[in-house]
Design a protein around this ligand. Sequence first.
Ligand code: SER
Length: 605
Amino acid sequence: MRDILSSMDAHELRKKYIDFFVSKGHVRIEGKSLIPENDPTVLFTTAGMHPLVPYLLGAEHPAGKRLVNFQKCIRTGDIEAVGDFSHLTFFEMLGNWSLGDYFKEDAIRMSYEFLTSPQWLGIPHERLGVTVFAGEEGIPRDEDSAAVWRSLGFRDERISFRPREDNWWGPAGATGPCGPDSEMFIDMGKEPCGPSCAPGCGCGKWLEIWNDVFMQYNKDADGNYIPLSRTCVDTGMGVERTVTILTGKKSVYDTEIFQPIIRALEKKTDASKMYRYGSDDEKDRSMRIIADHIRSATFILGDPKAVTPSNVGAGYVLRRLVRRAVRHGRKLGIEGCFLAAISRVVIAEFCGPYPELEQNSAVILDELQKEELKFLETLQKGEKEFEKLLPNLLKDPKKVMSGRLAFKLYDTYGFPIELTEELAHESGLTVNKAEFDAAFAKHQEASRAGGDVFKGGLADHSEITTKYHTATHLLQKALQIVLGSHVAQKGSNITAERLRFDFSHGAPMTQDEIQRVEDLVNEQITRDLPVTMEMMSLDAAKAAGAMALFGEKYEAQVKVYTIGDFSKEVCGGPHADRTAALGHFKIQKEQSSSSGVRRIRAVLE
Ligand code: SER
């Protein structure tokens, strides 16, 4: 079957999408950081709608009711699957948003126009099929959406009603806005796999390119679906996936999104017999893993709220991405360090839409190089040890390596379990992962690196985290009063148990300084100051003396939160209404975070 477009790259798709929705009265808003602020439930921004959750739940957005954007996202849930033709850890999502403005009818009509109009994507009507929600558990079948599709000329066999697992959006297990969705598919021209083959069938005939979610409910912590007072639309079109499908490529790695990275990687393989992508399955898989992982690592390190490699949280994901890339580089026979060279290509390719990559390029390249060198040493030691163990391991009739032994490699040589598993796998062995996990959990009791940090999900703006958020504003202002105006926020992380705040300051705080900061914060709590919000332009906010994060992107109109006469900050919220609700503020720890940056951990009692 003919490709729909002879060529299309990510830049063109982004531009068309934004232009189309701007022409329909939407305001373009900036995408947000990859590291969610004050959301303890996830490590990364996992979907285009993620930073917009408070607005989907009813908060007023400074840019209005019709928005359009593209958002960088990371999902690490299936990091192990990366290397096939479709899974990615980093991806971009295009989205248009109605916050209590249009609903199903207009959303679907606009989607259809963008997909089919020759001025936009120009997909022939005959190549499209859609799915809608079939209804269940007291939530009705979505006849409204089906009727709109019918009015656009879709015959019933092109409209497939599907159950919750296919046509409902709102991440599993999470609280937050959710509702039925309607997904759009391209017919790839294959024969139907059977009589029930219809849009949404996973046989490969139908590939999804867009998802219109009709946010109608808020799922609360008890699992109840509470109707939203204001219905919203959240749509998501994956950039990589759409470019791949429309240009008829076998995989995203064959598109212009990844080809420059693949070509740079080819050049890094042995010069005398340069490896060309496409000639060996195993080597191609390694190339795809490296290309994906370095792209993700570059975006994580280049983020305004960048984390650096570490053994916990987002830093651990970053470390894992880097290490896996290094190991696959060695499988390709690449000698020495190569990550920074590939990362340079990523920066060059993506700095147009993401200028932060260029601005932070020195940090990105330096951190990659450091981590790579460190890991190369670990790798050499660990591989040597594994080789020594191998003859004995192969004697086991069940071909299982004990979890204890795998843990010993981790504990003694820092050799990651994923790599032990890969090495074991290559020799026809499996690792007793449950036993490893048990040993690991025992070891980690204190440091909380549990598996759930990899899951996707939504923010839980519970009351307590809201209070911590307000306390963080008080803390920042108090630090500036006590230590000086050089104090600037470098990071903030809030859970239901504590706040953690990183800020620029060159020396450890004295006991006296800590006490004064604590007293100042508690004084503001006792004064029971009102917390108010106003919307204004960023310039007006700065002129009013509001603190704003350097390097963070803001909308044209921003929210400014004012706490009595004490603090004024540009911030998305939410916040407590008055300070007395906070209780008593106590600093538990003050320590170094990195060079020139201090970290405070504090609780509300
Ligand atoms: N939230 C939906 C998705 O991620 C649509 O944006 O697919």
